[in-house]
Write a protein that binds this ligand. Structure first.
Ligand code: KIV
Length: 278
């Protein structure tokens, strides 16, 4: 028997995240692949396989074209790369709006085929009933209010929401309905500080903000945004790295080395063993 002990790392659970309401801020980032998830895992409480992958990884102009199969494939990769963070997977546009049974069947597919612990849905007016149905049947759900990227074809742009009284009241109500339906936490996207604070104070579930001020119980960013992968960065993003420039420099240097025959060098080359020579 081997004397080596295998380190067992327990994943953060849904109830542990819910219990963080008003406590230590929740750290969430989006993740789409195994190696990046492995780098982020020790530092994050939640890894969100967001449908933002349509834009951030696949070059789409919105999240509308993202499919269930894409979410499952990326979800499996993130689960393979991580061992500690709670993994939540977005239900893509069209996979939960037709009715509670459609939503349940697709949520179960996501959980069974990836091993992730929870799904996230964008909480349009019809969605709280779906959240309640899923939660009652064993599917943990994270809600999402404010700017809803899957509604881009209704809204026409990705502008911040809730800055006028009527919309403010509608988003506040939507957050209440989402929490009352049993969502274990609620993402608030693209709203003014006052509304984010009001929601966070009003609901018993932790709020996780993106472009929604420091008033929330936690924060999330789209990882390629905060790593500086794109030439444009929204106002609410802080760039923690400049990977676009870094990758550009690395590839430029590689290309110059190949063209000048500086790469590969002897140390990067395999040679036949002496005994193998004729
Ligand atoms: O898809 C996503 O990355 C998200 C975050 C913006 C919260 O939903």
């Amino acid at each position: 028997m081997s004397s080596q002990k295998q380190e067992v790392v327990k994943r953060i659970t849904v109830p542990e995240i819910t219990a963080r309401k008003g406590g230590e801020p929740i750290v969430m980032l989006t993740a789409y692949d195994a190696p990046t998830a492995a780098i982020m895992d020790p530092h994050c409480d939640v890894l969100l396989v967001g449908d933002s992958l349509g834009m951030a990884v696949h070059g789409m102009t919105s999240t509308v074209g993202v499919t269930l199969e894409m979410m499952i494939l990326h979800g499996q990769a993130v689960m393979r790369g991580s061992k500690r963070a709670l993994v939540v997977i977005d239900m893509p546009f069209g996979s939960y709006e037709a009715g509670v049974e459609q939503a349940y069947a697709n949520a179960v597919r996501i959980l069974k085929e990836t091993g992730a612990q929870a799904v996230k849905v964008e909480s349009g007016p019809e969605v709280p009933a779906t959240i309640e149905y899923l939660v009652k049947r064993g599917v943990p759900v994270m809600g999402h209010v404010g700017l809803l990227p899957q509604s881009i074809n209704i809204d026409g742009s990705f502008k911040a929401k809730g800055r006028e009284a009527a919309e403010h009241a509608r988003i506040l109500q939507s957050a209440h309905d989402t929490a009352d339906a049993g969502a274990f936490s609620v993402v608030i996207e693209g709203v003014a500080e006052g509304l984010a604070r009001e929601i966070t104070e009003a609901i018993a579930r932790p709020t996780i903000g993106i472009g929604a001020s420091a008033a929330c119980d936690g924060q999330v960013l789209v990882t390629p945004d905060m790593l500086g992968m794109f030439d444009w960065t929204p106002k609410f993003v802080r760039k923690y790295a400049d990977l676009r420039a870094e990758i550009g420099r690395a590839v430029e240097t590689y290309a110059a080395d190949v063209r000048a025959r500086r790469f590969p060098a002897e140390v990067e080359t395999y040679f036949s063993k002496k005994s193998a020579l004729p």
